[in-house]
Design a protein around this ligand. Sequence first.
Ligand code: SDX
Length: 378
Amino acid sequence: MTTTAPKGLEGIIAAETEMSFIDGTQGILEYVGIAIDDLARNSTFEETVFLLWNRRLPTQSELDAFTQDIRSRYQLPAGLEERITTLPKTAEPMHMLRTMVSSLAMFDSDPNQNDPDSARDKALNVLACAPAIVAAFDRHRRGLPVVAPDSSLSIAENFLNMLNGEKPTATMAKALDVCLILHADHGLNNSTFSARVVISTMSDVYSALTAAIGSLRGPLHGGANEGVMRMLNEIPTVADADAFITGKLERKEKVMGFGHRVYKAYDPRATYLKTLAKQLAEDTGNQDLYEKSFAIEKVMEDAVAAKGIYPNVDFYSATTYHCIGLQLDLFTPLFAISRLGGWSGHVIEQLSDNRLYRPKADYIGPHDAPYIPIAERG
Ligand code: SDX
């Protein structure tokens, strides 16, 4: 039975999942039935990953054991840090992350095992090591000594400590932890679909997660948060926002951080990030970033809200990440660090009830074409 799907598979259900539910009309996001706002207010990234992978919240002892297991894997495999410090300092962090996550397979004695326990084990390796990979490369490119991971710290605290060489304030660590929760999973987005497509061939977890990272860097997907920051830097003052955005819309240019294939209402993650960005901007003297963002949102609301185009997760995460002190080209790697939680859950879910993804293409080329010898070609 052949059915032609709309371009971009818009509206097509291509998998079942028990992890995240999105109502694009109401602007609802739930992880295993729990509203994203409740998780952002009350949970931690580690607890959220446990929830996504196990479909339930952990007991205290389960959370302690899970957290300990992740922290015991923070240290990069021997030799990987050295490889990172030989990379070109001008490499784009997302190209570096994709390459180094892929190389983790070569430090795994049994990289291709896909039984549930093995898949979970490999996913934990990547989840635990990705922050150290990003931080080690950033220290290398800045000519600073690499900071070893600290297994007494959470994923968020440890990342900031390795990046900055000092422990973060509780406020910054909490803000980053909330961002990791908000970005952890989101249905069958392009990068998650990429991971499921790759693992559906019974390839390996490292290959599936590498494919997802490659997808996420795209500016129409996870790369948008960097695009938002570049846009905010390009707008001279708050007063210039209106003309700047109006000009982009007139030129039919996409405004980064707005619009969504599923949400035709306000992205609930953006709601939370807007509040966080406002607070952090005030705390760190970056009010102009928040005020520019707010002005952009008003212009877009008047111009395109009627078309269902609202801020998405990337719009206010840009200001939030900047206020936390992240460099612009580390925004998308941070998105990847968080989404490794969701991607891994989907890889394990796909393996639990797998069928090879193999759609068809509608051939629109010629038929019965002759083979013309090269000497007779024009
Ligand atoms: C993420 O899928 C996920 O869940 C992704 C994500 C996740 O958590 O994994 O939520 C994370 O990727 C968020 C999206 C980040 N991307 C951006 O912010 C880039 C800017 N956004 C657009 O490129 C766009 O909105 C998409 C790609 C996100 C969705 O595009 P669609 O569904 O393919 O819609 P479209 O491009 O066909 O646009 C429909 C109309 C067009 O106008 P018309 O030609 O009908 O007149 O809406 C317009 C578009 O021009 N439009 C925009 C716009 N987004 C859509 N116009 C201006 N600015 C925008 N951002």
